[in-house]
Design a protein around this ligand. Structure first.
Ligand code: FMN
Length: 308
């Protein structure tokens, strides 16, 4: 029996639940050489801001015994160059495109989306882990009020599906997710990287210029999975799971815990073809279990909504 891999994120229908995670796939347009992008459920761009950004000075990456630390700092070409130089190649690939959007203020988020409307992309993912300049650099996503302000501003300029990508660096991720949904977000992506740091012992200095860096990869998978479970049992909306996903079993666990789709990030840096391979592996996994539709896996975890 073949398994129907199609799934829906609210109004956005996908051929299958697998997409790349923002920032690990460039703008998507250079990837056909490395990965069969046509088979992906969707492609997510690197986070785009209004102006081009150079990002943080090096070092920007460090492998640890348990995960990858990054401090890239939102390096991107800016929305104008994205529309002029990357979008047509990206559009030529088959999957729907989700633009990841960032900003230093709620107004910048809305301005970026307003510009992107000309590109007729299928959806947006708001990266609310960006530092909020008016709040001393604390990320928007650490405050329900600031998250709400970002979503409210963006909702004024678009009717397209809107996913808010949550930071796990909060005590109550459900409260942030609820604030986003109350302002008209279509669904939530969880999670972005976990804040960590590393020390250069020889120099007695933090390894990264900004001290804090984001941990990703298989080390965070159980942490991310728990966030999806927390969101799924409290909120009724499409969820996109991210965090350490490498194999079909990883993806299936996120789906059982409530995710409708999944993103592959750090694993792509090691093997660029991983997201595409995951599509095939997920089908094999589902068929071995006799599943006719992959959507039957979503939130199928026993007692998901019963646990106190
Ligand atoms: C090198 C690198 C760059 C990233 N850049 C972005 C970004 O631009 N926007 C964003 O929302 N998330 C970004 N992320 C976070 C990933 O999209 C993802 O949420 C996180 O890494 C967890 O998934 P993973 O463990 O599969 O990597 C980045 C992660 C890495 C490792």
């Amino acid at each position: 029996m073949t398994c129907d891999l199609s799934t829906d994120l609210g109004p956005l229908g996908l051929a299958n639940p697998v997409m790349n995670a923002s920032g690990t796939f460039g703008y998507g347009d250079e990837w056909p050489r490395l990965c069969n992008t046509a088979v992906l459920g969707a492609i997510v761009t690197k986070t785009l801001t209004l102006e081009p950004r150079a990002g943080n000075p090096p070092p920007r990456l460090q492998e640890t015994p348990s995960g990858l630390l990054n401090s890239i700092g939102l390096q991107n070409v800016g929305v104008t160059a994205f529309l002029a130089e990357h979008l047509s190649a990206l559009r030529a690939l088959r999957p729907p495109v989700i633009a990841s959007v960032g900003g230093a203020s709620a107004e910048e988020f809305a301005a970026v989306v307003e510009r992107l409307e000309a590109g007729a992309l299928e959806a947006y993912e708001l990266n609310v882990s960006c530092p909020n300049v008016a709040q001393g650099g604390l990320s928007f996503g650490r405050s329900p009020g600031e998250t709400a302000r970002v979503v409210r501003g963006v909702r004024r300029v678009t009717q397209r599906p809107l996913f808010v990508k949550l930071t796990p660096n909060v005590t109550d991720i459900v409260a942030i997710g609820r604030a986003a949904l109350d302002e008209g977000a279509t669904g939530l992506t969880a999670v972005n990287t976990f804040l960590g740091m590393e020390i250069d012992l020889e120099r007695s200095r933090p390894r990264f210029g900004r001290v804090g860096a984001g941990l990703s990869g298989p080390a965070i998978r159980p942490l991310a999975l728990y966030r999806i479970w927390e969101l799924a049992r409290s909120l009724d909306c499409p969820l996109i799971g991210a965090g350490g996903i490498v194999t079909a079993r990883d993806a299936a666990a996120f789906m059982m815990a409530g995710a409708t789709a999944v993103q592959v990030g750090t694993a792509t840096l090691r093997d660029p073809a991983r997201p595409a391979a995951l599509v095939t592996e997920l089908a094999t996994f589902a068929e071995a279990r006799g599943l006719a539709r992959i959507r039957d896996l979503v939130a199928s975890l026993e007692g998901l909504r019963d646990v106190p």
